[in-house]
Design a protein around this ligand. Structure first.
Ligand SMILES: [Mn+2]
Length: 363
């Protein structure tokens, strides 16, 4: 009988599996990938009587492989927080799917295990860009602020490692990162003992420095547009760069465009921080766009539609802007936090749709 652990290669997937295997140690074949590589179950070669644990990858992208495994007599334990169509009704499937926007997979595992390894759920919640959830969990443990900030930084760095088109572009393979992390029941010991975290922090900083050497094109009174080159570091840093530009020039909107392999652009948009709305409205005009009012993205803008995007950007962000009545004005404390947060605390998250969303929050 063989075991397989299938997990998203980001902070949430890694911390979810870590808790599961601290609770129930087991030698298993690890199946994972970069953050966007979510159709993972098709890579599992399991047979009748084998057992597969799946964490933090959407059921919809794995449905046919899931059905094939179940029909072959494989038991599947599935925990995830991405919205999906109805689950297959099968006696070998044991699934917890909860798309509540306040939870991530590691938090669902934390609930199942009665909070036994909660600090890892806090790391994951920060990595998955759920600072309120992370703070609430930290409160239940009465965590000192400094310790909570260390867990936040760890979550952001684990998450940053997962950005890239393939595992070859990542600083460390997520399976290797998980194995190093899994030696440590205590996240603070992992932070103090694991040298790869310093490498990750240094990479984030040097990626951002490199990106900031590129001058934006289409600079106008209402916005900037930055074209990143087709390079691994660009793919790691694009969302982080957008957040940095938004803080640096809060009066205007920012777009960061990254060429993809199929003659399209991956676009990150940030509304002006001083009137933080319109980004989602802009991105949803395109089929693969989504996000929040302040921060949104387009997964694949066809190269032929770039001028349409530039015009839409102008329409949304040019001219006098005042906050619509029904939108809350961000509090002073949020603005101050934006201004004071560190570089490494700004890795983006694509969690809401696992593909299209591009948003940022911090605390
Ligand atoms: Mn997640």
């Amino acid at each position: 009988m063989a075991f397989f652990d299938v997990f998203n290669g980001d902070a949430d997937g890694i911390c979810a599996l870590h808790q599961v295997r601290l609770h129930c140690p087991r030698d298993a074949v690890l199946v994972t990938g970069a953050k966007r590589a979510i159709a993972l179950l098709k890579n599992v070669e399991a047979h009748a009587g084998d057992s597969v644990t799946v964490l933090d990858v959407c059921v919809d992208e794995n449905r046919s492989a899931l059905l094939a495994l179940l029909d072959a007599g494989v038991r599947v334990d599935y925990v995830d927080h991405h919205a999906s169509q109805a689950l297959p009704d099968h006696p070998l499937l044991h699934a917890t799917i909860n798309a509540d926007p306040a939870v991530c997979t590691a938090v669902l595992v934390d609930q199942q295990l009665g909070g036994r390894y909660r600090r890892w759920a806090i790391v994951a919640a920060y990595g998955d860009n759920l600072p309120n959830t992370a703070r609430q969990l930290a409160h239940t443990l009465r965590l000192p602020t400094l310790e909570r900030h260390a867990l936040r930084q760890l979550g952001k760095l684990l998450n940053y490692n997962a950005y890239g088109d393939s595992v070859d572009e990542l600083i460390i393979h997520p399976a290797e990162l998980y194995q190093r992390l899994h030696r440590h029941p205590d996240p603070l010991r992992f932070i103090s003992d694991e040298p790869v975290l310093k490498t990750l922090a240094a990479t984030l900083e040097s990626d951002l420095r490199q990106a900031l050497c590129i001058s934006p094109e289409h600079v106008s009174p209402y916005g900037s547009m930055t074209y990143l080159p087709d390079a691994a570091w660009s793919r790691r840093v694009s969302g982080t760069l957008a957040n940095h530009l938004a803080r640096d020039e809060p009066g205007i909107a920012h777009a960061v465009l990254l060429p993809t392999s199929d003659k399209a652009w991956r676009v990150s948009v940030r509304a002006p921080m001083q009137s933080p709305y319109g980004a989602d409205q802009l991105c949803r005009r395109f089929p693969s766009g989504g996000g929040r009012p302040a921060a949104a993205g387009i997964d694949a803008l066809p190269a032929t539609e770039r001028s349409i995007f530039i015009e839409a950007f102008r329409q949304v962000f040019a001219g006098p802007r005042s906050l619509p009545q029904d939108l809350p004005i961000p509090s002073q404390s949020i603005r101050q936090t934006y201004a004071s947060s560190s570089i490494a605390a700004t890795a983006p998250s694509y969690e809401a749709h696992q593909n299209a969303d591009d948003r940022e929050a911090d605390d």
